[in-house]
Every structure is written in C-alpha cells, then in structure tokens.
Design a protein around this ligand. Structure first.
Ligand SMILES: O=C(O)C[C@@H](Cc1ccccc1)C(=O)SCC(=O)c1ccccc1
Ligand SMILES: [Zn+2]
Length: 156
C-alpha cells in the first residue's frame, strides 16, 4: 500500500479549510488506505487528509498507550469522515501534543476534557458519541487540521 509525503509547516494545504467529503466511493477508500499507511509509517496516533496534501474533511484517530499518555486506550484506528464537534466540556486540560507536520515540536495545548462528536464512516453512515481524554484530544487536534489550524496557531 502506498504511503504519501507528509506536508510540513509552511505548506499552504495545512492552512486551508478542507472541503466536505461527498463521494463515498473507491477513491475515498484508496485515500483512506494511503492515509492509514502514512500514519502507521510515521508512528502517529492520528492523521488528517490535509497532512498528505488532500484538502478533504477526513481523519484517522488511533490512540495507543505511549510514554506521554501511558493510560491512553489502545484502539482500532477510527476513520472519521465529515467530523463535527457538537459540544465540549467546560473543563479544559493541558496536555503535550506533537504534530507530524511540525517535526520536533512538543507543545502543551489546552483541550476540552470530553467532547460530543458526530462523523460518518466510509459507507456514509452517521455516528455520534462522547469521546474522553486522549482520544478526545486527538480528535480536537485532527479537527484543527481540517480547519487549517496547526499547533503553532494554537499557541499564538
Ligand atoms: O499531526 C498529527 O495529527 C499526528 C499527531 C496526533 C496527536 C498527537 C498527540 C496529541 C494529539 C494529537 C501525532 O501522532 S504526533 C506523534 C506521536 O505519535 C505522539 C505525540 C505525542 C504524544 C503521543 C504520541
Ligand atoms: Zn498534527
């Protein structure tokens, strides 16, 4: 399966608002496979389509325990199409984040403790649910990518 180069700070695609996915076709499946392979190769816990130069509203959340979040859940990677943050907890939590598009940086970012999210799967079915902790953090980080926001913009 093909991997793709990851766009890094300065690449205009990272600062655009991504377009909604409308075709749940074989092209979307192929894009998702490339996205997944690229994330796994880069050993990320998430990745958004704009990070491989595709300005579409699609990302993957793939939490696993790691040195910064040892109690993070090990989860099957979740493909989220046209994701929406419906509401977020009033409590925020500071946590260390990295970004595959901002190599070598670890920044402390405030995120909602939990969020109510809605998204579509690759078949176009709509799902919704409450995400907590590290999974909620990854979702919020990836959603920023779909809105042209990277860690650097979050800090400033
Ligand atoms: O740039 C990305 O979207 C991937 C990013 C996702 C992310 C990491 C940490 C918090 C929120 C979102 C990464 O996977 S960075 C590299 C990494 O594997 C990692 C970094 C910090 C903590 C745990 C993992
Ligand atoms: Zn990132």
């Amino acid at each position: 399966i093909q991997t793709a180069p990851i766009a890094i700070t300065g690449d205009p695609v990272l600062y655009q608002k991504a377009a909604p996915v409308i075709a749940f076709d074989v092209a979307l499946h192929n894009l998702t496979q490339t996205l997944m392979a690229t994330m796994l190769q880069a050993r990320g816990v998430g990745i958004a389509a704009p990070q491989i130069g595709v300005s579409q509203r699609l990302f993957i959340v793939a939490s696993r325990p790691n040195e910064r979040y040892p109690d993070a859940p090990l989860m099957e990677p979740m493909v989220m199409v046209n994701p929406v943050l419906l509401s977020g907890s009033s409590e925020w939590e500071l946590g260390e984040e990295g970004c595959l598009s901002v190599p070598g940086k670890r920044l402390s970012i405030a995120r909602h403790l939990w969020i109510d999210a809605q998204w579509q799967d690759l078949q176009g079915n709509t799902h919704s649910g409450r995400l907590h902790g590290f999974v909620a953090r990854i979702f919020q980080h990836e959603l920023d990518h779909l809105d042209g926001i990277t860690l650097i913009e979050r800090i400033t």
